[in-house]
Design a protein around this ligand. Structure first.
Ligand SMILES: [Zn+2]
Ligand SMILES: [Zn+2]
Length: 246
């Protein structure tokens, strides 16, 4: 009986793409030392913990197949009249298209994913952020590890408390910095003191070791927060506000 390996997650695809585009990648076959090394790296990472078939999990054959899948969507390859291995995921294609014209960013992201995963304290911290559907939808493009750091930062209790206290003492109320929604005004006593915090620093600029300052946080209502996460690397609190008020 064969057990299917879990589908590739965005962080893993980013690492594979980074090898695919690397100028000294070498040939796409399971004997290539770089492919073997990536297979080892993927096994060492804590990205996917559910591994029904540990033996086959991201083995050199699996990594080779993933890189061949990229070829199927690579115009440079297909224009030569060749075909890659079809059967890649939608996410493969999406990430391929996003990063093929921005290789420096791809490299930076890949290095940062590896760095996050080597930092035991950070891995521990972000493991407290649950893997919900939102992560799949929202973090598809920028990678789970970065997205989880974002969520971890904006949920960090002490800093959120400080931010809320600061706003209370300054404005005497808590309103959404995007749409001005006021939970207390709308829900009465039940909504008193309620607001969410959004971390302003774009994921791609998120350093693994910076400490959250209250200026990095924006107070937002749940709706606006969800929308901000829909395009987390491009939408700022200010740009969404402007869009809404136009
Ligand atoms: Zn709002
Ligand atoms: Zn947020």
């Amino acid at each position: 009986m064969s057990t299917r390996n879990p589908k590739w997650q965005s962080d893993e695809i980013i690492l594979a793409l980074n090898l695919y585009f690397s100028p000294d990648r070498g040939s796409i076959d399971s004997k290539n030392p770089k492919i073997i090394a990536l297979s080892q790296t993927l096994n060492d990472l804590e990205i996917v913990t559910n591994r029904p078939d540990a033996e086959k999990f991201r083995n050199p054959n699996g990594v080779t197949l993933k890189l061949s899948n990229f070829r199927a969507v690579d115009p440079e390859y297909t224009k030569q009249g060749k075909k890659g291995m079809t059967g890649g995921s939608k996410l493969d294609e999406e990430l391929f298209k996003k990063y093929r014209n921005d290789l420096p960013q791809l490299k930076k992201l890949a290095e940062s994913i590896l760095k996050i995963n080597k930092d035991a304290a950070l891995v521990q911290a972000i493991s407290t952020i649950e893997e919900d559907e939102t992560i799949w939808d929202d973090a598809a493009v920028e990678g789970q590890a970065h997205y989880k750091i974002h969520k971890y930062r904006e949920r960090s209790r002490s800093i959120v408390k400080k931010k809320i206290q600061w706003a209370w003492s300054k404005f005497g109320k808590l309103t959404c910095e995007v749409c001005d929604f006021d939970f207390e005004e709308h829900y009465g006593e039940l909504g008193r003191g309620f607001i969410e915090c959004h971390h302003r620093v774009p994921l791609s600029k998120l350093e693994t070791n910076t400490i959250t300052k209250i200026d990095n946080l924006a107070l937002v209502c749940s709706n606006c927060h969800r929308i901000l996460h829909k395009d987390i690397d491009n939408l700022s609190v200010e740009s969404l506000r402007e869009m809404l008020h136009r």
